[in-house]
Ligand binder design. Structure first.
Ligand code: FE
Ligand code: FE
Ligand code: FE
Length: 208
């Protein structure tokens, strides 16, 4: 389900253009949301309630993942040999802090309290990253290995933000959807930047 939802939407921008019907379909989505919300008052198992719950869980998961990253990124920056890669990790740390504020903003705007959640996938990705850092310490391939670990993280985040953004859109939460799209774009840009670094500086050094 997640993959299908992500694929139905562009990474940049909000939705793929499907003729001129977007506007009216988004209006009718909102109308459906309102209708279902009133139906849900008498039907707690209603579909929109379930999607709203899933949306909140997804946001709590991403929030925790981002928090774990604020601790991991300084270590990755320290381990990087290339100055450009170190800078890229430091810049992404700043971005990550803004992304956390953006998620707080989404919860606040919904009047919802965030549930405590531990993102086990991010724990695993960070653990793998730590292993890689130890295994390749002092080795010319260290930066390539760091990039591989970081790109796994960015792709995990893109999947989470892509789904959350799509749920927001389906729930008629336009403002929240736009905030999530902004972060999704940043994660995508970071991923591309890492690919550029791998192709230009890093992997060439590892071949010497
Ligand atoms: Fe992030
Ligand atoms: Fe997770
Ligand atoms: Fe990221």
């Amino acid at each position: 389900m997640g993959v299908a939802l992500v694929e139905n939407f562009n990474c940049k921008g909000t939705m793929k253009k499907r003729s001129g019907k977007n506007q009216s379909s988004s209006r009718s989505n909102k109308a459906t949301t309102r209708r279902n919300q009133s139906e849900d008052e008498s039907d707690q198992g209603g579909m929109n309630n379930a999607l709203h719950e899933l949306f909140l869980e997804e946001l709590a998961d991403i929030h925790n993942a981002e928090q774990q990253l604020t601790k991991a990124l300084p270590k990755m920056a320290k381990a990087a040999e290339s100055e450009e890669l170190r800078q890229a990790f430091e810049e992404h740390l700043e971005q990550t802090e803004e992304q956390i504020s953006r998620l707080d903003q989404v919860f606040e705007s919904l009047g919802e309290k965030m549930k405590r959640k531990t993102c086990k996938a991010m724990q695993g990705l960070i653990e793998e990253g730590n292993e890689v850092m130890q295994e390749h310490k002092g080795n010319p391939a260290i930066d390539a290995a760091l990039i591989a670990a970081a790109q796994r993280v960015e792709h995990y985040e893109m999947a989470g933000y892509g789904c959350a953004r799509t749920y927001a859109h389906m729930l008629g939460l336009t403002e929240q959807s736009a905030l999530l799209q902004r972060t999704l774009d940043e994660e995508g840009d970071t991923d591309h930047k890492l690919t550029d670094l791998a192709e230009t500086v890093v992997n060439i050094d590892a071949l010497k």
